[in-house]
Design a protein. Structure first.
Length: 317
């Protein structure tokens, strides 16, 4: 069978390993991206992709949301047999979904129908999932639905951050690409219907220690970790962003959630939560980006004092 000519829809370097391979095999027609002038969240990632494509002399077209339906009629130089969608942020219209002779295949970072919708990696880490899968499936007008072509299992570790897991999914997509193209002619494909979509990750989270357990705080900071909304609390009247936190096996002595139970070079800054204790490893505030233990010493925070939720959301309302 003749190798298909492929166009890729992408919004970030998540797609780069597959783009590079298809360029090397001569199968890549080009890359279609959103128009960065219309982009807000994720704009930096999109600009990095566009710069990488330009540097490597790979053809691309940035298309505004309102003109996506014109792709079949106006991008004749991007004629392809097959399209792969790898993190493209816009819903594609029916004129695009029906345009490619061998279909349009979406790469989704979960075991569909679980975690259908935007940003599944964030929600899987935050929900402390340990198993997932990379799903390649035919696209339909219903979000993250259609025939599944291939699923590859993925383990999620207790150390994974949003970026580390995203990178693993990206290289699994690369390593499964040949199997995907071989499976496209198979009739052994299951249909998946995704009945609900994920909510968007919140722009900010006020960290109320009475509402989150230690494991949840650990997972929340790994899911956010510079890519999504800030996790905020307050100490001595100062707003503090929690960049990294770790659930630790340390006694809380029966104190209220949010109470500092230990500050030391050996143990760091340890705080009681709804369930167990959590070490606040890396924090950011007006004084800089610091370890929890160093910040505690700078602001004279002592064991027995309380950290509060930041009230940031109430101030923004």
């Amino acid at each position: 069978m003749t190798k298909p000519r492929i166009v890729i829809y992408a919004s970030s370097l998540f797609a780069w390993p597959c783009i590079e391979k298809l360029q090397q095999t001569g199968q890549l027609v080009g890359v279609i991206t959103p128009d960065p002038s219309q982009y807000q969240q994720g704009k930096e990632a999109l600009l990095l992709l566009l710069n990488t494509l330009a540097t490597n002399n790979i053809a691309f077209e940035a298309v505004c949301k309102e003109k996506l339906h014109l792709i079949p009629s106006h991008l004749s130089h991007f004629t392809a047999d097959l399209a792969l969608v790898m993190g493209f942020r816009y819903r594609l219209p029916s004129s695009v979904l029906s345009h490619y002779p061998r279909g349009i295949i979406n790469c989704h970072a979960s075991k569909l129908p679980e975690y259908a919708g935007r940003d599944p990696i964030y929600w899987q880490i935050r929900n402390q999932e340990t198993h997932s899968a990379l799903t390649w499936h035919h696209m339909s007008e219903q979000l993250d639905s259609g025939q599944v072509v291939l699923q590859e299992p993925v383990m999620i570790s207790a150390e994974d951050t949003y970026a580390s897991l995203t990178q693993r999914f990206a290289y699994l997509a690369l390593h499964s690409l040949d199997a995907l193209l071989n499976e496209l002619g198979s009739s052994q494909q299951q249909h998946v219907n995704s009945v609900s979509a994920l909510a968007l990750p919140p722009p900010h989270i006020d960290l109320d220690f009475s509402q989150f357990g230690a494991g949840q705080i650990d997972a929340l900071t790994r899911a956010s970790n510079g890519h999504f909304g800030r996790v905020l609390c307050k100490a001595k009247g100062m707003h503090i962003e929690v960049i990294q936190a770790t659930a630790v096996d340390y006694p809380n002595y029966g104190v209220a959630p949010g109470t500092v139970v230990m500050i030391s070079q050996e143990h760091g800054l340890v705080v009681s939560s709804q369930n167990g204790c959590v070490r606040l490893d890396i924090l950011a505030c007006e004084l800089g980006v610091l370890s929890g233990e160093r910040l505690a010493h700078l602001i004279h925070l002592d064991a027995g004092e309380r950290l509060n939720n930041s009230e940031f959301l109430q101030q923004q309302a």
